[in-house]
Design a binder for this molecule. Structure first.
Ligand code: GLU
Length: 297
């Protein structure tokens, strides 16, 4: 993990306080993020036959993101473009193909349909709090990591759960198809799976379950929406390395994703995207993670 445990816990607290201070949990879409520089004549810079050239020529791309995770991926009913760090990564990738944020077909993906959506070509990319795992990489491509977080717990303010051991025998919700659900079962909790994290947080608020678990970056957005009722507890107990999902039919996309995000890391666009989304709280912008080498074709 890049951050030490103490730093991560401090960052968590700052993020909650900061998002709460914004009063809108980071889902204020009046700011749709920093401007992206859309490449001109982008198609010329990609090899004939590559998926990138096809997308650049068509001027369209379908990107799967979360719609209900403030700070990470959020879209209100009347918003045209989702907000959050993941859509910002999507905008940067689309811009390198000459595609404006408005021309991206933003599609909601939930945790369980990310692999099938990529396999069936329903989306070209998945950028949706999508941890890179060896199991997933058997069926889809994942390029990254572009961000690293870790699993924590979200509980009511008056909860007696304060350390990981306290979840033993307790009802803890998460989302089907996530890494979080399996990992909490291994800690002795009674897992309750839902389709989305917003459904799961409702169960915590109405007391049907004792806690919710997933990546700290996601939990903080929900805590910030309900600062009087909810808190994030325990040090991160996993490492979740977020990758951009692509289809194994187009392995050439991996190097393009890595090169484009690396350029954004180097020229400051990655940091600007962080500051406009997860960093709105005043939490320090982390060092961008070093990305993995792409698999050899
Ligand atoms: N990052 C974890 C995963 O990819 C949990 C968050 C999510 O379900 O989107 O499974």
């Amino acid at each position: 993990m890049r951050m030490t445990r103490i730093k991560a816990a401090t960052a968590a607290t700052l993020l909650v306080l900061g998002l709460a201070a914004c009063g809108n949990a980071g889902n204020d879409n009046s700011d749709s993020g920093p401007d992206v520089k859309v490449s001109e004549n982008a198609a010329d810079s990609f090899a004939d036959g590559s998926r990138m050239k096809e997308l650049a020529q068509s001027g369209k791309i379908k990107i799967g993101v979360k719609f209900d995770q403030p700070g990470i991926g959020f879209k209100g009913a009347t918003d045209k473009i989702p907000s959050g760090f993941d859509p910002e990564m999507g905008k940067i990738l689309a811009a390198s193909l000459g595609i404006k944020p408005d021309d991206v077909e933003w599609t909601e993906t939930i945790s369980a349909n990310r692999e099938p959506f990529l396999q069936k070509g329903q989306v070209d990319l998945v950028i949706a709090s999508y941890s890179m795992t060896p199991e997933r990489q058997k069926i889809v491509g994942q390029a990254g990591p572009y961000y690293v977080t870790g699993q924590q717990l979200l509980v009511k303010k008056d909860s007696d759960i304060s350390k990981l051991d306290d979840v033993k025998g307790k009802q803890v919700c998460s989302v089907t198809g996530s890494t979080s659900l399996d990992q909490i079962e291994a800690k002795g909790a009674k897992p309750r799976g839902f389709d989305t994290y917003s459904e799961c947080v409702d169960q915590v608020l109405n007391g049907t379950v004792d806690a919710m678990t997933t990546d700290g970056a996601i939990l903080m957005g929900y805590a910030a929406e309900n600062p009087d009722k909810l808190k994030v507890v325990v040090d991160p107990f996993s490492e979740e390395r977020y990758g951009v999902g692509y289809s194994k039919d187009h392995p050439e996309m991996c190097q393009w994703i890595v090169d484009t995000i690396k350029k954004a890391q180097d020229d400051g666009d990655w940091a600007k995207a962080f500051e406009a989304t997860l960093g709105k709280s005043g939490v320090d912008t982390p060092e961008p993670p070093q990305m993995d080498a792409c698999p050899s074709a």
